[in-house]
Design a protein around this ligand. Structure first.
Ligand SMILES: *Cc1c(COP(=O)(O)O)cnc(C)c1O
Length: 420
C-alpha cells in the first residue's frame, strides 16, 4: 500500500486516499464486507493473544471486524482524533461516551435545545445517580454558575438540532479545561467537512453517522472520536483507575475493553460498509446541501409571514460563530415559522418534493413538524429553547437542484395563502 506522506491533503482527497485507506487483501478498492461473527486462528496461543489485545487481529465481530475498523479509522483521520469507536446508533455512541466517564453521583451540564433523544437519555440516566443540569445554550456565562465538584462533563451539539445555535467551543473548552472538565461535542449536524471540534478544544466528538456521514439514509449508526488530550486522572474519574497506564489512549482503551464491548452496542459490518461508501461523497454532498440551504433561507427571508432560523444568515445571532467555525457555511438544516400549526401542516401537505420524515442528512430533502413529533416529549421550556413552536417546520436540505426546491416551497406557500 502506498502511503501519501509528503503532501498535506485536502478534505476530499483525504477521504479517498488518506493514510487510513486500510489494509487490502486482494487489492480491492474499498474494504469489503466481512459478514462473519468470528475469526479463527492457527493456535490457541494466537487466539489468546488476539483476544486479550496482545496481538493485532480479530476474534469476534462485537469486539472488532475489519470492515468496521476501516470505517472507524477513516472517521478518526477526518476528525483529527487518535482513534474512533463505532456504535450501533448515534444514541449508543452518546450513551457509551457518557457511561465510560460518569459515576453514580456525578453531574453533567447539557444544552436544553439538544436532539430530543439525547434529552430523554439524560432523564434515563437519572435513576443511575447521574444528574443533568440544563442550560438554554452552552456558553461560559451559562455554565459557570452550575459547575460543582461533581461536574464531570459538559455536553453540547456544535450546531444544535433543532435549535440551530452554535457553541463557541474554543471559549467553552478553554474555561472547562481550567476546571479539569471535558467537553463532549455532538457534531452530527456540522460534520467533519465543516469543522473538526477536536482542533478547537473539544475532548470527545460523537456523531450520529446515520445522518450526513451515511448520507443516503441507509443505516443507523454512531461513532465516537477522541482527541487523546484530556487527562482522565483516576482521582477525579475513579473508574479510570487501571487505565492511566494507557496514557492518551486511556479513554479509548477503557471504552473498548469495558462498557462498549460488554453492552454490545456494536455496529454491523454491513452498515459500516454502507457508511464508508456514503462517506466518500460527504464533501460533495455538504457543499451542495449547505449552498442550497443558504439560498432557501434567503428565499424564506423574502416571504412575508414566514420567519427563518438559519445560522448562515446575517440575521442569525450565531452568524459570527458560523463564520468562525463553519468556514462561512451554515449547515444544511433550517427551521421556519409559519404563523400557526394549521399553516405549517398546510404548507407541508402542499410540498411536492420533500419527504415528510424524521431524519436529517439524507440526500433527499426532508421536512418535519418537530412540535408534534421529535419534540413531543419535551417540556415547554425545552421546546422554546430549541426554537420548537407549534408553527415550526424543520427542513433538512438535500442535494436536489436548488431552484426546484425553492420553486416547490414557493408554490406551496402560494397555495396555502390562496386557501386562507
Ligand atoms: C439523530 C441524532 C442523534 C441520534 O442518532 P441515532 O443514529 O438516531 O441514534 C443524536 N444527535 C443528533 C444531533 C442527531 O441528529
Amino acid at each position: 500500500m502506498k502511503l501519501l506522506r509528503v503532501i498535506t491533503l485536502n478534505f476530499n482527497t483525504t477521504l479517498l486516499h488518506g493514510k487510513t485507506k486500510g489494509k487490502t487483501f486482494l487489492g480491492e478498492t474499498t474494504t469489503p464486507i466481512f459478514q462473519v461473527n468470528a475469526f479463527s486462528h492457527e493456535s490457541p496461543e494466537k487466539l489468546e493473544r488476539v483476544f486479550n489485545n496482545k496481538a493485532p487481529g480479530y476474534a469476534y465481530s462485537r469486539i472488532g471486524n475489519p470492515t468496521i475498523t476501516a470505517f472507524e479509522n477513516k472517521i478518526a483521520e477526518l476528525e483529527h482524533g487518535i482513534g474512533a469507536v463505532a456504535c450501533s446508533s448515534g444514541m449508543a455512541a452518546i450513551t457509551m461516551t457518557l457511561l465510560n466517564i460518569l459515576f453514580s453521583g456525578d453531574e453533567v451540564i447539557a444544552a436544553s435545545g439538544l436532539f430530543g433523544g439525547t434529552i430523554d437519555l439524560f432523564g434515563d440516566l437519572s435513576p443511575f445517580g447521574i444528574t443533568t443540569r440544563f442550560v438554554n445554550h452552552i456558553s461560559v456565562e451559562n455554565i459557570e454558575p452550575l459547575i460543582t465538584d461533581k461536574t464531570k462533563a459538559v455536553f453540547g451539539e456544535l450546531i444544535g438540532n433543532p435549535a440551530l445555535d452554535i457553541v463557541d467551543i474554543e471559549k467553552v473548552s478553554a474555561y472547562l479545561h481550567e476546571k479539569g472538565i471535558p467537553l463532549i461535542i455532538d457534531s452530527t449536524t456540522a460534520t467533519p467537512y465543516l469543522v473538526n471540534p477536536l482542533d478547537h478544544g473539544a475532548d470527545i466528538v460523537v456523531h450520529s453517522s446515520s445522518k450526513y456521514i451515511n448520507g443516503s439514509g441507509t443505516a443507523i449508526s454512531g461513532i465516537i472520536a477522541d482527541s487523546g488530550k484530556f487527562n482522565w486522572s483516576a482521582e477525579r474519574y475513579p473508574s479510570f483507575s487501571g487505565y492511566e497506564k494507557f496514557g492518551r489512549f486511556a479513554f479509548l482503551s477503557k471504552l473498548r475493553n469495558g462498557i462498549w464491548r460488554n453492552i454490545g452496542a456494536c455496529l454491523s459490518p454491513f452498515n459500516a460498509y454502507l457508511n464508508s461508501i456514503g462517506l466518500e461523497t460527504l464533501g460533495l454532498r455538504m457543499e451542495k446541501a449547505c449552498n442550497t440551504a443558504k439560498q432557501l433561507a434567503e428565499f424564506f427571508e423574502s416571504v412575508d409571514g414566514v420567519t427563518v432560523n438559519y445560522p448562515g444568515l446575517p440575521s442569525s445571532p450565531y452568524y459570527e460563530l458560523a463564520n468562525k467555525y463553519l468556514g462561512g457555511k451554515g449547515g444544511a438544516i433550517l427551521t421556519i415559522r409559519t404563523g400557526s400549526k394549521e399553516n405549517a401542516y398546510k404548507l407541508i401537505n402542499a410540498l411536492q418534493i420533500p419527504l415528510i420524515a424524521t431524519n436529517i442528512g439524507d440526500v433527499r430533502t426532508l421536512v418535519i413538524h418537530p412540535y408534534s413529533t421529535i419534540y413531543a416529549h419535551a417540556n415547554h421550556e425545552q421546546k422554546v429553547n430549541a426554537g420548537v413552536f407549534e408553527d415550526t417546520i424543520r427542513i433538512s436540505v438535500g442535494i436536489e437542484d436548488a431552484e426546484d426546491l425553492i420553486g416547490d416551497f414557493k408554490q406551496a406557500i402560494d397555495k396555502t395563502r390562496s386557501e386562507n
